[in-house]
Design a protein around this ligand. Structure first.
Ligand code: SF4
Length: 375
């Protein structure tokens, strides 16, 4: 991703020259897909929003990044905000929206004053009559990363996911077509319009954990894990890694090519590329426990399997770690995690058992070690 601290709005100019259809076919040709996790083709979503008859449309930038280990959007807002704003304006121009919103994660509020200044600087230069961009501060709920929960929050309701269909692109804010785009996606849209050599294969990776070089790096899809580890510089011998919400906890395979198929065995969406490295001094059950705490805290409580299941998963892990666990608890944990995943309403519940299932599969010895520590 090219860092452009200052935009002269060339991408927007180019979008105007190409026209709405021209931009959509360009994004299609270049293969831009959503970078927030769902990986849906961007042009298809924009077209659907544009072509739904309505008296008003909206564009919403989802800046409520909160997945454990992910901090790439924060970096974009800090260093490439003007390109992001330009991406929002291009989206507004294409779908015909006047009101745009940036839903900013509560914990990123310190980025708001600078972002506000940048909007005030870019907007008048864009010459898009009647178009506004409003920053809405989230209250810190991870679930508002989910598009329908986010829209409810903007409208002043409690942020809980809604059943789909309808999707926000056809029926979103105040029942009108609403384009919800992730920070990285909208920034990439501006860059894809501007640069002929823009590469859809590049992804931002958030690297953290027991490593010396925690940070955000750009790698092509298919990169070897060994190259990522070389950049990360682990402090000790690596044992495992937590690969976003979708991948769960898996052993480190230096020869693995990082593709969605390799990470999720082909049965999930791409997710975003956040890797928490875990070294040999850690017990994977402890990592799984802290992830379970996150899910329990963030479950919005709307559907029973997730509301009740996340707390039971947490309690079982607590029991195992306390040395009071028995062998049957492992099977119960496995069944519970599968059941919650299969029956929950949204992605949070549908992925909350990944860390349990993958850690049980790949690191049974860590669970056995706790079971052996009888109290
Ligand atoms: S899965 Fe969890 S977060 Fe999603 S709607 Fe159900 S209770 Fe809420």
């Amino acid at each position: 991703m090219q860092i452009l601290h200052k935009t002269n709005l060339e991408a927007l100019e180019r979008a105007r020259m190409l026209g709405s259809d021209g931009v959509l076919s360009l994004l299609e040709r270049k293969g831009l897909v959503g970078r927030g996790g769902a990986s849906s083709p961007t042009a298809k979503k924009w077209r659907e929003c544009r072509d739904t008859p309505a008296d008003e449309r909206f564009v919403v930038c989802n800046a409520n990044e909160g997945e454990p280990g992910s901090f790439k959007d924060k970096l974009i807002i800090r260093h490439n905000a003007e390109t992001l704003i330009e991406g929002i304006l291009i989206a507004a121009y294409i779908v015909g929206a006047k009101r745009c919103f940036i839903y900013l994660r509560g914990e990123y509020d310190h980025l708001r004053p600078r972002l506000q200044e940048q909007i005030a600087d870019v907007l008048p230069r864009a010459n898009l009559e009647g178009v506004s961009i409003e920053i809405v501060r989230g209250a810190g709920a991870y679930i508002c990363d989910e598009a329908t929960a986010l829209l409810k929050s903007i409208m002043g309701f409690r942020g809980t996911p809604m059943y789909r269909p309808p999707n926000p692109t056809t029926e979103g804010l105040w029942g009108r077509p609403t384009l919800v785009g992730n920070v990285e996606t909208l920034t990439c849209a501006a860059q894809a319009v501007l640069f002929d050599d823009w590469d859809a294969n590049l992804r931002l990776f958030s690297l953290s954990g027991n490593i010396k070089n925690a940070g955000v790096y750009e790698f092509p899809l298919g990169v070897k894990m060994s190259s990522v580890i070389d950049v990360a510089r682990p402090q000790r011998k690596l044992k495992a890694m937590s690969f976003g919400c979708f991948g769960g906890i898996m052993p480190v395979d230096e020869n693995m090519s990082i593709t969605p198929e390799a990470v999720c065995k082909g049965n999930c969406k791409q997710g975003n590329y956040s890797i928490i490295f875990i070294d040999e001094t850690n017990n994977v059950v402890d990592i799984s426990y802290s992830i379970a705490k996150f899910y329990t805290y963030e479950s919005c409580g709307k559907c029973t399997p997730c509301r009740e299941g996340t707390i039971r998963i947490l309690n079982l892990l607590k029991k195992i770690r306390s040395g009071r666990g028995v062998k049957d608890d492992l099977q119960l944990l496995r069944e519970l995690a599968m059941h919650v995943q299969e029956t929950s309403l949204c992605n949070l519940g549908q992925t909350c058992g990944n860390h349990v299932l993958t850690s049980l599969e790949h690191f049974p010895e860590d669970y056995e070690a706790y079971l052996a520590r009888k109290k």
